[in-house]
Design a protein around this ligand. Structure first.
Ligand code: PMP
Length: 354
């Protein structure tokens, strides 16, 4: 090791799903939306005058914040925006988890939580999901430095009732509770309605899944105006111009097309329910999926083998080589055509191999 390396920050980074260059791959590995963004958002790209890019973006991303305030019925000072919900969550960890007591999140969940905790030196304690992969509310009713609950959870896909979410928020008034709602538009009930009543609640959402804009990197959070002020103070101490001009405009435009939003979500949900029925017929088991993905296991076929066979066939899904979940595949809901191709292959493969 070189002498200078002693003073280097060493981290084990989050591993994102693979982004293959071959466009023919059936890509069901990163929970993207298979449908295009709203036409109004796409129009922004066509109309953009590159002259506008000469200037810095609006540091407050006001067009986007205003559009979010209008769509979700909260004052602008209760909304924070960032470069994907990853950025919003990272800023939130940095801002709100400054204590010495451990923060709590599930053992099987979005693996970025642990990465941020380590990066920022935040003590943390993972709370084991129960045998059916459910988050146990009782585990989050103890002295701690903060709480992060994804609802629906990923990669399990299970959602928690709003009453249970409220109970966790209500019994932790001394710490910030983050509800990560990346997948909420596909199922489950948002905790947004609780924001006016709980000053310790931060609800985080994204344009990456239900609004088909993963490539633009737009995330946001709702919370008490004091929380949002603290978040903005941290953000402006780090980088004033996180959101670029085009993302701000496309995000705001996408919020105007409510009918398209509803239609796209409806299609993904219908395909998800069809896929559940077909997977069951083939003997797969899975927790009740509420997001845009299904976390499935086959009792007679090792998940890793199946993952590799699918990949060979040009069908990418996500496999996590981790305790408790190494017999599961996380399958993103694609178009009907893509899911039919997946089912055709699974039927044939299982017929020949189990
Ligand atoms: N939270 C969860 C639970 C996720 O699965 C993801 C997607 N990887 C994110 C947050 C971040 O999504 P984005 O940064 O694209 O908004």
């Amino acid at each position: 090791m070189a002498a200078w390396e002693e003073n280097v920050r060493k981290v084990v980074p989050y591993t994102p799903g693979e982004q293959p260059e071959n466009p023919d791959i059936i890509k069901l590995n990163t929970n993207e939306n298979p449908y295009p963004p709203a036409p109004l958002a796409a129009q922004i790209l066509k109309d953009i005058n590159s002259e506008i890019l000469r200037k810095y973006p609006d540091p407050g991303a006001r067009d986007l914040v205003r559009a979010l305030a209008g769509r979700y019925g909260l004052p602008e000072e209760q909304i924070f925006v960032g470069v994907g919900s990853d950025d919003v969550l990272a800023m939130s960890f940095l801002t709100f988890f400054q204590g010495t007591k451990p923060i709590l999140f599930p053992d099987i969940t979005y693996s970025f939580y642990e990465v941020w905790a380590k990066l920022f030196g935040i003590p943390y304690q993972c709370q084991p999901l129960d045998e059916q992969f459910r988050i146990r509310s009782a585990d989050y009713q103890k002295d701690c430095g903060g709480i992060v609950i994804p609802n629906p959870n990923a990669p399990t896909g299970l959602a928690k009732d709003l009453a249970e979410i409220e109970q966790i928020i209500a019994c932790n008034p001394g710490v910030i509770v983050i509800i990560d709602e990346a997948y909420i538009d596909f199922g489950g009930v948002s905790a947004l309605s609780l924001v006016p009543r709980y000053d310790n609640l931060l609800v985080v959402q994204t344009f990456s899944k239900s609004r088909s804009l993963a490539g633009m990197r737009i995330g946001y959070a709702f919370g008490n105006h004091k929380l949002i002020k603290y978040l903005n103070d941290a953000k402006y101490s780090f980088n004033s111009y996180t959101m670029n001009t085009v993302s701000i405009a496309m995000g705001a435009a996408s919020l105007k097309d409510e009918a398209y939003f509803r239609e796209t979500i409806g299609k993904v949900i219908a395909t998800r329910e069809w896929t559940k029925r077909e997977l069951s017929k083939l003997g797969f088991v899975f927790p009740d999926a509420k997001g845009n993905f299904i976390f499935a296991s086959h009792p007679r076929c090792p998940a890793k083998k199946l993952f590799e066979a699918l990949k060979e066939q040009g069908i990418y899904v996500r496999y996590f080589d981790k305790p408790r979940i190494d017999q599961y595949l996380r399958i993103t809901i694609g178009t009907d055509q893509q899911m039919q191709a997946l089912m055709r292959f699974l039927k044939q493969y299982l017929g020949e191999n189990v």
